[in-house]
Structure formats: C-alpha cells, structure tokens
Design a binder for this molecule. Structure first.
Ligand code: ATP
Ligand code: MG
Length: 202
C-alpha cells in the first residue's frame, strides 16, 4: 500500500454549530498545506509537540475529522494498495465508497483504547465484527481468526474472547486495538504503543 498526500489543509472552525456540517469561513488551519509520501512497506513517524495536530491529521486522512467543528479545505489523499492498479483519492469518494474504503483500504488505530473500544461489547466480538466487515469469511472463521490474533499478542484468545474491555489491563486493551487494525491492508497508527510497556509479537 502507498499513500500520497498533497497540499492537505484542514480548518478548525472558530464557531461550533449544532448543524451537521459547518461553513467554516473563520478559524485556523490545524493542518496547513501538508505533503507526505509513504511508499510500499515504508514506515513513517510523524513527530510534533502535544496539540500540534498529529491526531487531527490522522483523522482527516480517513475523513473522520468532526464535521461540526472542522472542514477539509483542499488537498489530495491518494491511496493505492498492492492489489489495485489505480490510486483512490479519499477526498473524492462519495460517502458510501468512503465507508467501504475505511477498514478495507486504509485504517487507523486510535490513540486512546479507553474511548475507542466499545465498553459494552466483548473484545472477541469487536475483533470478529471488524473481520466480518472487510473479509469474505464465515462467522466461525472470523472467530477463529480473532482468537489467533489475540493469541499472537500474548492474550489468551479462547479465554479472553468473552472479556469486556474493563476486564483487561491498559496494555491488553491497546493490543486489542492493534488487532482490530490488523484486519486491514493499510493502517495508520496513532500513538498506538502509548499504553504498552513492552511491545511484543506484532
Ligand atoms: N474535537 C475538537 N474540538 C476542538 N478542538 C479540537 C478537537 N480536536 C482537536 N482539537 C484541537 O486541535 C489541535 C490539534 O489537536 P490534536 O489532537 O491533533 O493534537 P496532537 O498533535 O495529536 O497532540 P497529542 O500529542 O497530545 O496527542 C489542538 O489544539 C486541539 O485542542
Ligand atoms: Mg494525538
């Protein structure tokens, strides 16, 4: 998978509206004319001080920046996975195409597993759901894959499959997040090792 970002500019609006989307004439550009090329198998880390806009950039790449307070002003976000010839411009996708591309073409492991995992859903089911959403496998096969992923991150898959996020340690929760991201081709990782004391087996 390769990623090419050109002139990406995302504005944080000065006025919050109760509506679905904002006009966003006033505000500041949290991401301002950002360029980045990530080639196949290349790993790129983005470093910056707290509040400098790293997470906002990550959310914008998947067009997950909150619409009531921000707007993508201009740019191109081109993604190509190894199996596809043509590049897809994320900013030009219709909402339905975008939903299909998220998770299948490009995905994000969020910074905070405590707010990103569903607290009332078993962790195994959360991983299984992600696998089923993007792969043509049966429910039983998806469950086996989820157990395999958990085992590979030193979490006992069979035993912990039915655990809820609150029953896991912070590091285990973070690893579950990583496993959800593993179901996809392209992954954007946002401070994804923040809760891990040691990082094993991925
Ligand atoms: N939902 C939001 N509403 C209002 N402002 C926001 C929102 N999300 C982010 N911001 C602002 O956008 C700026 C960039 O935030 P962002 O989360 O991208 O920082 P960051 O570089 O990821 O920081 P950290 O290293 O602490 O995670 C900050 O000034 C933050 O206050
Ligand atoms: Mg951040």
């Amino acid at each position: 998978m390769s990623l090419e970002i050109r002139d990406l500019t995302v504005r944080l609006c000065s006025k919050k509206t109760s509506g679905k989307a904002v006009d966003c004439c006033d505000g500041i550009n949290v991401v301002d004319s950002f360029f980045l090329t990530v080639k196949e198998k290349e790993v790129v880390s983005i470093v910056g001080e707290s509040g400098s806009g790293k997470s906002f950039l990550g959310l914008s790449i998947l067009r997950l920046n909150p619409p009531v307070i921000s707007k993508i002003i201009r740019g191109e976000i081109r993604v190509r996975c190894s199996s596809q010839k043509d590049k897809v411009d994320i900013l030009k996708l219709k909402q339905r195409e975008l939903t299909g591309a998220r998770g299948r073409l490009i995905s994000m492991i969020f910074q905070d597993p405590n707010t990103s995992l569903n607290p009332v859903m078993k962790i195994g089911e959360q991983i299984t759901e992600a696998i089923l959403a993007h792969r043509k496998v049966s429910k039983a096969e998806a469950k086996d894959i989820a157990i395999f992923y958990l085992d590979s991150m030193n979490i006992n898959g069979k035993f912990q499959f039915a655990s809820y996020p609150y029953e896991l340690s912070g590091g285990m929760r973070q690893r579950v997040m990583i496993n959800s991201g593993r179901t996809y081709d392209g992954i954007r990782r946002n401070d994804f090792t923040a809760s891990l004391e040691t990082y094993q087996g991925y």
